[in-house]
Design a protein around this ligand. Structure first.
Ligand SMILES: [Mn+2]
Length: 294
């Protein structure tokens, strides 16, 4: 395996070795289909750089997640021949840790990278649901002449037959709106989550199966806290409300993996990179805290 200079958290070898790691961070610097501001290819490096500066004691869960081991896998190099071959490459990278019983965390890259995580998890776990936190419906059957555009990711997840819950949505086309109603999708809009947080979280939990994969498009969060995304939308969730949703999902369900996608770093502005790194580390803390007895 190719040696990397940055591992998540910049933790010592003893905690970043493959063999004993509970978590495997898989960086995927890919953004071939981004439509507004490109740059998500720079997301993984920015997250890893920022992670070197996070406090390794988690102040909410009062534990040190790195002690469970975090292996940072080699970057999945962008394969520009087609999106489908790129997805195959990601599947190969996710398969190894999943087969070994480790917890995969995929760093995008654009949202299509999610599609490469699902098949290996399905082979390991069978049925699970997918929770997509995203400002956008991403339910178009195709966009700009392709079914594999990042604006179609959630539709592809639906087509793969996964029970699907979306939350934080605040931008979609008329066609997507019709699709949601025709298929009775479990779509929770950003304003519902913001103004009726507890009830919406309960509804999200009620609509998820026991096992859950979580896909976090960072544009779920409000651009005031998370401006470094390709397609920012006003009216997003703040850090604490977003964490409240995630905390409850980890508490009540068995989360089997997650991704954090669409970070498009802004040169000279490190706060969003740090936001993403801390979010990932916090979720590791949740995974550790609630895994017992499941
Ligand atoms: Mn989005």
């Amino acid at each position: 395996m190719k040696e990397l200079h940055i591992n998540f958290g910049a933790i010592p070898e003893r905690y970043s070795a493959w063999k004993t790691a509970r978590f495997v961070v898989i960086p995927v610097p890919y953004d071939a289909t981004t439509t507004y501001v490109s740059g998500a290819r720079n997301g993984p490096v920015a997250i890893l750089n920022a992670s070197a500066n996070i406090e390794l004691f988690d102040d909410e869960m009062k534990l040190e997640p790195y002690r469970e081991g975090i292996f940072t896998a080699p970057f999945v190099e962008a394969n520009l021949s087609s999106v489908e071959t790129m997805i195959k490459d990601i599947e190969k990278a996710v398969e190894r840790p999943v087969k070994a019983g480790k917890f995969p965390i995929i760093l995008g890259g654009e949202h299509t990278v999610t599609l490469g995580a699902l098949q290996p998890l399905r082979e390991k776990y069978g049925e699970f649901s997918v929770l997509v936190l995203d400002a956008h419906g991403d339910l178009r059957d195709e966009y700009l002449g392709t079914k594999w555009n990042h604006a179609c990711t959630t539709r592809r997840i639906f087509d793969m037959g996964f029970p699907l819950v979306q939350a934080g949505v605040r931008s979609l086309s008329e066609e997507e709106d019709r699709f949601i109603r025709r298929n009775a999708l479990k779509t929770y809009y950003a304003h519902e989550l913001k103004f009726n947080t507890k009830d919406v979280i309960n509804a999200i939990i009620a609509n998820l199966t026991e096992r859950v994969y979580v896909s976090i498009d960072l544009d779920f969060f409000d651009p005031s806290e998370m401006p470094a995304v390709g397609t920012p939308e006003p009216g997003g969730l703040d850090w604490y409300t977003g964490l409240e949703v995630l905390h409850e999902v980890f508490r009540k369900k068995e989360v089997i993996g997650f991704d954090v996608v669409e970070l498009s770093p802004i040169p000279g502005m490190v706060a969003p990179d740090f936001f993403a790194a801390k979010l990932i580390y916090r979720l590791m803390g949740y995974a550790i805290s609630y895994s017992r007895g499941k």
